[in-house]
Design a protein around this ligand. Structure first.
Ligand code: HEM
Length: 364
């Protein structure tokens, strides 16, 4: 009996290893290109690592990893007569656009005390009748702390409490400031700027730059802010010491019960030479400002049951007529918000529903 012949070399099953290595190499090249385009090279920084540092090993399942405590709000945007000259975005020509928003405080604690939060925030989603969306998230500070994602990562690492003292290590903070001197003016702002006594009389600033293009094809670098129509009222250090931990949402509900709360949407145009891609550098005060419309909020809802819970206010979701600048902080925000969103949604999905926010009535 003849023995079966071994298959010729060409038809022998080949090891899958070289093919897998080839695919891995292609994936690595593509990832490297994306990383380069997104400005992620330098110190092995990735969106996941930034999110890990923000969580600091103590995530609150089901919650945003930053600006964790907040409330959902709803209202509308009405453009001014000048708005359409700034940008052809539909939101600037449609008579009124509904808003799904969120008011929050900085920090990662869903039960944090409102009076201890130096930073207050707003996020808006505006969806026009053609289905386009404008998502934006602004803060009460007038400029960002640093110019780059690497700087923000360094700040979060340096300001993390030292386990021995429960406070940031002054030596690490000093080293951070030496490397990122632009942060000093943010620390000065945090120490000296007056605190307001309401979300409703706080100015919120976009700080990152964008490009607006109008129907004539004119393109301009801009930044935007929400300027409160309600007069500023200060909150003294003594008042902060005795304020209820949830005073911001309590005050906002009282304010809403009396009527809508409104802000002017102020668009500032850059001049040649202004720093477009660096949110830590404010533009000179005399730049042209145009009121592009009015943001009006009419209702508020707890975030655990409201529509903002499952929204990601990624600031690079923009309608036709608006475009993101090359500011590396903007690209980083988009990537890190996505990580935070995916983590919290996965946690909600596994049945770990977020607890009630606020310091009272903590359900579940
Ligand atoms: C590299 C810089 C930054 C990082 C890594 C970062 C990170 C984050 C993360 C992880 C969240 C939670 C997102 C979610 O789960 O949906 C968040 C929320 C937020 N961030 Fe940032 N952020 C950065 C810069 C900024 C800047 C410059 C501003 C505004 C001027 C800003 C304003 C906000 C606001 C308002 C929210 C709350 C949005 C909401 O209510 O859903 N952030 N940020």
């Amino acid at each position: 009996m003849s023995q079966p012949m071994p298959p010729p070399p060409s038809s022998r099953p080949r090891s899958p290893v070289p093919a897998l290595l080839g695919i891995a190499a292609i994936v690595a090249v593509i990832a490297a290109v994306f990383a380069w385009v997104g400005g992620w090279f330098g110190g092995g920084l990735t969106p996941q690592r930034m999110a890990d540092t923000i969580e600091a090993g103590k995530p609150h399942p089901g919650f945003r990893r930053a600006h964790t405590k907040g409330v959902c709000v709803a209202g509308s945007f009405t453009p001014s007569a000048q708005a359409a000259q700034l940008s052809k975005a539909r939101v600037f020509s449609q008579p009124s656009t509904p808003i799904l928003g969120r008011l929050s405080i900085g920090g990662g604690d869903p039960h944090g005390a409102d009076a201890q939060a130096r930073v207050r925030s707003v996020a808006l989603l505006l969806k026009t009748d053609d289905g386009q969306e404008w998502r934006t998230a602004m803060n009460s500070f007038p400029f960002f702390v640093v110019a780059t994602p690497q700087g923000f990562q360094a700040q979060n690492l340096a300001s993390a409490p030292d386990p021995a003292t429960g406070k940031p290590d002054p030596a690490r903070m000093a080293a951070f400031l030496k490397q990122y001197p632009e942060a000093q003016k943010f620390l000065d702002w945090a120490k000296s700027a007056p605190w307001s006594n309401s979300w409703g009389n706080t100015q919120f600033n976009g700080v990152n730059s964008f490009y607006f293009t109008n129907a004539q094809g004119q393109r301009h670098a801009v930044r935007w802010s929400m300027r409160p129509q309600a007069p500023f009222e200060p909150l003294s250090a003594q008042q902060r010491a005795i304020s209820d931990a949830d005073f911001l949402s309590e005050e906002f509900n009282t304010r809403l019960a009396k009527g809508p709360v409104a802000w002017d949407l102020v668009v500032t145009q850059a001049q040649d030479g202004d720093p477009i891609d660096d949110p830590s550098q404010p533009w000179p005060q005399d730049r042209r400002q145009v009121v592009a419309g009015t943001v009006t909020l009419v209702s508020s809802q707890p975030q655990e049951t409201g529509p903002c819970r499952d929204l990601n206010y990624d600031p690079t979701v923009l309608p036709d007529g608006m475009a993101a600048s090359a500011d590396p902080i903007l690209a980083a925000r988009s990537a890190v918000y996505s990580v935070s969103f995916n983590r919290r949604e996965r946690e909600i999905g596994t049945g770990r529903a977020p607890e009630a926010t606020g310091t009272k009535g903590e359900a579940k």
